[in-house]
Design a binder for this molecule. Structure first.
Ligand SMILES: CC(C)(COP(=O)(O)OP(=O)(O)OC[C@H]1O[C@@H](n2cnc3c(N)ncnc32)[C@H](O)[C@@H]1OP(=O)(O)O)[C@@H](O)C(=O)NCCC(=O)NCCS
Length: 196
């Protein structure tokens, strides 16, 4: 960890990180459970949204010039209606919720506490900016999914240990799986933590 450089970018400053962030998302999310067949073109559009909100953040970890890990977040109120709606339906104030995007780390850098650091940095940013709830969603795949590696380790215990509660509400997002010819809709479950 000592030799790794850390960088926190906020709002428009995220723009210059987009090419590397997009490539890292494609590299990490091609694996189960995401199985994402991404393109840099899609990534450019998706990540552009982070540059448009002054409270968006991207925290990056570099080994030399190479981006090896990153985590992102933005106010829930800046996300699409599909993502906000489950919270609105439950009478929650979306202005108080900070939404975590991805946490992505190349396999060689895992198991050294960087995943915890990603939570620490995002939670600090959310609380410093007055948010009362932090939230994220996670793709739901069946336990017997044919692409699930035998040694696959879900993050659920990690998230619970961080104080996050698995909610019974979901949203849907579409992307193309590696073995699919076109996009299909996936169910993603919300996890939230309330800060008193
Ligand atoms: C999620 C991810 C960022 C976590 O990064 P990480 O640096 O490996 O995480 P940490 O080293 O901080 O460990 C976090 C917890 O994971 C668990 N963990 C980490 N490595 C583990 C291992 N080899 N075996 C079992 N549990 C492990 C532990 O519970 C650990 O917490 P603890 O040390 O307090 O017990 C990384 O695994 C990753 O990029 N995964 C693929 C993408 C993904 O699924 N992202 C999450 C949703 S966007």
């Amino acid at each position: 960890m000592e030799q790794l450089r850390r960088e926190l970018a906020i709002g428009f400053d995220i723009a210059e990180l987009i090419p590397q962030l997009g490539q890292l998302r494609i590299d990490v999310f091609q694996d189960f459970p995401y199985l994402y067949a991404g393109s840099l073109e899609y990534e450019q559009k998706y990540l552009q949204a982070y540059t448009l909100n002054p409270l968006s953040m991207a925290f990056c970890v570099f080994d030399g010039d190479q981006l090896v890990g990153a985590t992102t977040g933005m106010p829930l109120s800046a996300k699409s209606t599909d993502i906000q709606q489950p919270f609105i339906d439950r009478g929650l104030n979306t202005d108080e919720i900070f939404y975590f995007g991805e946490s992505i780390l190349l396999p060689d850098y895992r198991g050294r506490g960087i995943g915890h650091l990603f939570f620490d940095v995002r939670e600090k940013h959310a609380l410093e900016n007055g948010f009362k709830v932090t939230a994220f969603c996670s793709v739901v795949r069946p336990d017997d999914h044919p692409s699930r590696p035998v040694a696959y380790r879900p993050n659920n215990d990690f998230w619970k240990k961080r104080g996050y509660i698995e909610q019974d509400y979901c949203c849907r997002m579409s992307w193309q799986d590696k073995n699919e010819a076109e996009e299909t809709e996936k169910e993603l479950q919300f996890w939230t933590k309330e800060w008193k």
